[in-house]
Design a protein around this ligand. Structure first.
Ligand code: UDP
Ligand code: MG
Length: 318
């Protein structure tokens, strides 16, 4: 469908239990607005029946388009594929688990009519585990000091983007995509409103603690080289402290002569310095690794089939 007014982009990974209910709720929210719309589902290499569900939806509803990946490439890649597919004048990114209530869409569309290029639906943290909530909050506070772009707690991927905002996002070629940073980096007029956090309808969250931690490090490193600066300053500070300590020892030796050799101080200094050096190397390694990934210039994902081009027959053995 070309040139509809609104495109909805939905990354799905193992969402066969949720996607049908999601689609029903979405249509129920969008039809009364009278706008023409399309829904771009991206199956991110699900191991369950998500792809079959999407094929079925596309068969019964002509507003549905889908792309299926050859394997799981991650939500960032799935969102990118959805944005590339979309042709609406505005595009809304949504999760398939109904944690992003479709009922908010009319309000977002109304706000975008006032000329905003990004309308962000920001969730509160109600019903979330206390520890996860605390960690997320502290993370965002720390990020505020570190990053050149601003990321706000609760502002996720649930947002409406104007066509020019989508084109701007697509113009960034990096392989390692951290959407939260990218959305903030592109700028344009942005507004947000808060809604109550909802629990997912079915299935379970794919974001375990390890994945969240890695995502956090991505965010920190993707948008600036301040961690490297920190390593430089830390190193300088340690060197200064060591010089001061050496001076103090010289004065001590001059005054009292050589006393009992200070094993403890020596060992502490070696261990502390070793730790700092290792951490610094790690930081540098992260950047080098990223450069390595970017220079390989691989595609962000591989497509198995799309609604525009159904899967070719599997190769037969000769
Ligand atoms: N998702 C995806 N690929 C992944 C992980 C998640 O496309 O590798 C999708 C998932 O199907 C859902 C959305 O991203 O539509 C958000 O995922 P989830 O609900 O697991 O995250 P949470 O809401 O817990 O942050
Ligand atoms: Mg969710």
């Amino acid at each position: 469908m070309k040139n509809c007014q609104v495109s909805i982009v939905v990354p799905c990974y193992n969402e066969d239990a949720a996607v049908k209910a999601f689609h029903r709720a979405l249509v129920a929210a969008l039809e009364p607005t009278g706008k023409s719309f399309e829904v771009c589902y991206v199956d991110d290499g699900s191991e369950d029946l998500t792809r079959a569900e999407l094929i079925h939806l596309a068969a019964v509803d002509e507003r549905v388009r889908y792309t299926a990946f050859s394997r799981n490439f991650g939500k960032e890649a799935a969102m990118l594929a959805g944005l590339r597919m979309s042709c609406g004048d505005s595009v809304v990114l949504m999760d398939a688990d109904l944690q992003h209530p479709p009922g908010l869409l009319p309000r977002m569309m109304e706000l975008s009519r006032h000329g905003y290029d990004q309308v962000i639906a920001r969730r509160d943290r109600e019903g979330e585990g206390a520890l996860r909530s605390l960690l997320s909050r502290s993370y965002y506070r720390a990020m505020g000091h570190f990053m050149d772009v601003s990321v706000v707690d609760g502002e996720g991927d649930f947002r409406l983007l104007s066509r020019r905002a989508v084109d701007s996002v697509l113009s960034l070629p990096e392989s390692n995509r951290f959407s939260k940073g990218i959305f903030s980096w592109i700028g344009f007029d942005t507004t947000s409103f808060t809604y109550h956090n909802a629990q997912r309808v079915a299935g379970r969250s794919k974001w375990g603690s390890r994945r969240l931690l890695n995502y956090g490090i991505d965010g920190l490193i993707s948008f600036n080289n301040r961690p490297l600066r920190l390593a430089i300053y830390g190193g300088l500070l340690m060197a200064l402290a060591a010089m001061g300590y050496a001076l103090w020892i010289i004065v001590e030796v001059a005054r009292n002569g050589v006393g009992v050799p200070g094993y403890t101080t020596l060992l502490t200094a070696i261990v502390a310095l070793g730790g700092i050096q290792l951490a610094t190397l790690g930081i540098i390694g992260e950047y080098v690794g990223r450069i390595y990934c970017e220079t390989k210039n691989r595609p962000h994902y591989l497509i198995r089939e799309t609604s525009e081009q159904p899967a070719p027959a599997a190769p037969t053995a000769i």
